[in-house]
Design a protein around this ligand. Structure first.
Ligand SMILES: [Zn+2]
Length: 282
């Protein structure tokens, strides 16, 4: 195993660029599981759990709330706890240290914005299903996506009994209406200029390193994932000098056609990144 980590570490050092893809498995390795009725969910969202009968953070994200006061009570608390109050953990710091001096780009379906928390440049992260810190006009009067920590923190601090007071709610600067969290709920999400711009930047990055030594690092992405994994495997196949690295627990899939330049590691992502960072010469 040590030899394997050394090889992967060397591949990353030699690479012209690193493309990172991350999905739920990465969040779960960090202890954040949006599917689980776990201790963290019960401790911080027990009131919503009791009131609405939800059994996971994900169910709450797609709940039909009575109105923006209740919806923002939920989302501002989540964003405040997971993004603005929490410190970056060791796993994400290890990941950032691995690529910070390289050209990198991140595509992720994780909404908790922990890449920028760890130091990744937000310009180089494509949160393809939105993130809990962003919002836009609920009437869709214009397409701009907003992200202002002050709005989120104000709402989270003003919240009482599962409601944000109307006067504390964030408002659309154009029409004065309410805002809604910018999450991938319906097709309109994928039509925003913000999303299209990011998708284009992802393509630009891939183009820029066409024919170069590209490391494709996939973390916690399920084998059937169409948004991240399918394009990654295609890219690895098309790029003759690419190296494809996939890390996941209990679910590692590498197609035969790229097996000779792939590394598949079945294990805990936090431990794998820790072992990788241990390859740094001292
Ligand atoms: Zn508006």
């Amino acid at each position: 195993m040590e030899n394997l980590y050394k090889q992967i570490w060397d591949k990353i050092q030699e690479a012209d660029a690193v493309l990172i893809g991350a999905s739920n498995g990465l969040s779960i390795s960090e202890g954040y599981n949006i599917f689980a009725d776990d201790d963290w969910f019960r401790e911080h969202f027990g009131d919503f759990r009791n009131k609405y009968g939800i059994r996971s953070l994900l169910q709450g994200m797609f709940l039909d709330f009575e109105g923006p006061q209740e919806q923002w009570a939920y989302f501002s608390r989540l964003a405040y706890l997971k993004r603005y109050k929490e410190q970056s953990g060791r796993m994400m710091k290890n990941l950032y240290a691995l690529v910070e001096k390289k050209d990198y780009f991140v595509v992720t379906s994780n909404g908790e914005d922990h890449f920028s928390l760890a130091g990744f440049s937000p310009e180089r992260v494509f949160d393809m299903e939105g993130k809990i810190t962003e919002y836009r006009c609920a009437r869709h009067c214009h397409e701009t996506v907003y992200c202002n920590p002050e709005d989120i923190i104000r709402m989270a601090e003003a919240e009482a009994d599962g409601k944000v007071p109307v006067k504390a709610l964030v408002r659309c600067p154009r029409c004065g209406g309410f805002m809604e969290p910018n999450m991938a709920g319906d097709q309109s999400f994928f039509q925003t200029d913000n999303w299209k711009k990011k998708a284009q930047e992802y393509q630009n990055f891939v183009q820029e390193f066409h024919g170069k030594k590209l490391v494709i690092l996939e973390l916690g992405v399920g084998w059937r994932n169409q948004m991240i994994k399918a394009p990654f495997m295609r890219l690895a196949q098309e790029e003759p000098f690419a190296t494809y690295i996939t890390v996941n627990r209990g679910e590692v899939y590498v197609p035969d056609v790229i097996a000779d330049r792939s590394y598949g590691i079945d294990g805990d992502i936090a431990e794998v990144l820790n072992s990788l960072s241990g390859q740094q010469p001292r």
